[in-house]
Design a protein around this ligand. Sequence first.
Ligand SMILES: O=C(O)CCC(=O)C(=O)O
Length: 201
Amino acid sequence: MTDILHQRGFVIHRGYLDRSAQEALVASLRGILAQAPLVQPVTPRGKPMSVRMSAAGQYGWISDSRGYRYGKEHPDGRPWPPIPQQIKAIWDDVSGAVRAPECCLINWYGEGARMGLHQDRDEADMTMPVVSVSLGDSGLFRMGNVERGGSTESIWLESGDVVVMGGAARRCHHGVDRIRFGSSTLLPRGGRINLTLRVVT
Ligand SMILES: O=C(O)CCC(=O)C(=O)O
């Protein structure tokens, strides 16, 4: 039985994936990343992000000098690989959504990487949740408010945890302040992978 926590509308499924499911997921991600290598995006202002990104599905999320957007191709011009069935099954189980995910964004956090507080708002249908899957090193996930500012709450996400950002939480600011590099043995060279499943259109 996984423990389910509710914080600010975020639904956190603790230990949703056991170790063997995490290992199987990492193996299928290796196949995806061989076809769609991780890239270090730059913000529209030209600042390199500390996370490296790739994606699977019909769309990937892109940030470059032209802005933030979803696109059907990796920056190298190839279409994104399909979302593996094992990842779609997580969405089907926890999202409560009638639509299928169109993007599985892959964020890789190396030592010192973080993600500032932000809202996910480039998707057309904000009634659809975002589902996040954590693998590897622990990450300090911060949950804020719909408006900028105000109080926040943080929780360490561990490998195998799944978070559903739906309903009131869908528009809430969130981010990752830091990771505990080397805290997990899942990824041989350390680091944290976060997958976010999204309906884009
Ligand atoms: O890494 C995480 O846990 C959150 C990722 C995130 O906020 C995003 O991809 O928008």
